[in-house]
Design a protein around this ligand. Structure first.
Ligand SMILES: *Cc1c(COP(=O)(O)O)cnc(C)c1O
Length: 484
């Protein structure tokens, strides 16, 4: 029996998969108190969290989570866009356990390798789009994007064009939180802290039709938004631009789905100026949009693909870069030492988790299901929320979707009237969701989801009904406050 006050009781441990009475087994107040005393959370106002206390998540099964008070919630965000195969996958735990028993760690420096890393690299080359034979492993998506910065600059050095160092990204993009990741990202709040972006990273507008597409069709706007890349290339000087980086669908920025015309035009412009294209597929990869990689969906031929999150369904941290032949051949043939890497590059346990995760995705045909069955069904069901008086716009792609909360609706989406930002209506709505068993994220007044890919049609119905119920509660509340 443990005397640690934060540990679940022995009874819970023994019955973790079946107990009906797990509710009162954790001392939530004690956990919250120690959490406040010692744990600085990511992207958090520490003082505010300490006043409210964190919600303590203790268990997951399928698409559901339970907190320390026994409350069940439907996880509409797959943890943080990552638990693609859902919670409680014993075969992943077993693969991890076996690998830990066999070889918990060895590095890939100094001419050594390990079996799971080799197997995973081979598997990734098989499922990647054509032209990708190599992978560089990291511990996270941020480190993957740091690797991209080092790699594309190294590539151009080796090509005899060392002045090609500038990387173009987009406002409101999210590429991670390391110095390079946060610089590539286009989040003003992040740039304001720590003297970012680093030199040689510049940004253009995002393809957000709602925000900037007034007076245009979506297709016209897609071409327009892509033309900002060409404008920036000409401004910087084509011979100084190393690469363009973008998420096929922007995730953390609010599930911003570009018009169909956008990516082909971006590809054309990159080709025209010989610029490398980096697709950050940390969210979009591993079936999230109904293809192994979203580059296939949008007809992009990237030179580098960042991955993380869904590669292990979040069970163990792992990230990396799929390196296309154009870059890999130069690094291999002309490169000499590439002076970059991490202690945990190719971590055998993480790679073992990824291999089992990918095996599950294949065995359960999750990519095809999202692409051809549950993805289209989610689109159809989610769109029905558009008739709610609070909802001004819905959009979805595969297993990501979002809706905008509006004060009133106009004849077109550009005539909708938004709420005053200071009211934080999105946070009010998120609160109702959370308290009524639904995890939905708020990005301003846009409410977004990215559910586990194992979600069934019946569970989609359940989720959409739950969202509608919470929208009703939000609407009643803000009516009483006089905001509508
Ligand atoms: C989450 C995310 C990252 C960063 O990954 P970490 O594992 O948190 O470092 C990078 N790019 C995109 C698109 C992401 O969503």
């Amino acid at each position: 029996m443990s005397s640690n006050p934060l540990a679940p009781s022995a009874a819970l441990v023994a019955s973790v998969k079946s107990a009906a009475t797990r509710n009162e087994l954790y001392d939530t107040a004690a956990i919250q108190k120690m959490d406040s005393a010692h744990y600085l959370h990511p992207f958090t106002d520490f003082k505010q969290l300490n006043e409210n206390g964190a919600r303590v998540m203790v268990r997951g099964e399928g698409i559901y989570l339970w907190d320390s008070q026994g409350k069940k919630v439907l996880d509409g965000m797959s943890g943080l866009w990552c638990v693609n195969v859902g919670y409680g996958r014993t075969s992943i735990s077993e693969a991890v356990y076996r690998q830990m028993e066999t070889l918990p760690f060895y590095n890939s420096f100094f001419n050594t390798t390990n079996v799971p890393a080799v197997q995973l690299a081979t598997k990734l080359a098989e499922i990647a789009p054509p032209g990708f034979q190599h992978v560089f492993f990291t511990g996270s998506g941020s480190e993957g994007n740091d690797t991209n910065v080092r790699m594309v600059r190294r590539y151009w050095d080796l090509m005899g064009q060392p002045e090609r160092h500038t990387i173009i990204s987009r406002h409101n993009a999210y590429h991670g939180s390391t110095m390079a990741g946060a610089s590539l990202g286009g989040m003003d709040g992040m740039h304001a802290q720590g003297g970012l972006p680093i030199p040689g990273v510049v940004h253009i507008g995002q393809p957000n039709y709602l925000e900037a597409g007034q007076g245009m069709t979506e297709d016209e706007f897609g071409i327009k938004a892509a033309s900002w890349l060409e404008d920036k290339i000409l401004e910087v000087g084509a011979d100084k631009v190393a690469a363009f980086i973008g998420e096929p669908v922007q995730g953390a920025g609010g599930v911003i789905i570009p018009p169909a015309t956008y990516w082909p035009e971006i590809q054309r412009i990159c080709d025209k100026y010989g610029i490398l294209l980096i697709a950050d597929e940390v969210i979009c990869g591993f079936g999230r949009l109904g293809k192994w990689f979203a580059s296939e969906l949008f007809g992009i031929r990237p030179d580098l693909i960042t991955f993380a999150k869904g590669v292990t369904s979040g069970y163990v941290p792992l990230g990396g870069v799929l390196v296309g032949d154009r870059v890999a051949n130069v690094l291999i043939e002309k490169g000499g030492d590439f002076n970059h890497g991490f202690t945990y590059s190719g971590h055998p346990v993480a790679c073992a988790a990824a291999l089992e995760n990918i095996r599950i995705i294949e065995a359960e045909q999750l990519v095809q299901r999202v692409g051809e069955d549950t993805g289209p069904y989610l689109k159809e069901r989610f769109a029905t929320l558009g008739d709610h008086p609070l909802v001004g716009y819905t959009s979805s792609c595969g297993f990501v979707a979002g809706l905008n909360l509006v004060r009133s609706k106009g004849a077109t989406v550009h005539e909708n009237v938004a709420f005053d930002e200071a009211l934080s209506v999105g946070m009010v709505c998120r609160g109702y969701m959370f308290n009524n068993g639904m995890i939905m994220r708020a990005v301003g007044d846009r409410m977004i989801i990215a559910p586990p890919l194992v979600m069934t049609r019946a569970q989609i119905d359940e989720m959409v009904a739950l969202i509608r119920h919470c929208l009703d509660l939000t609407y009643e509340d803000i009516k009483q406050r006089g905001w509508v």
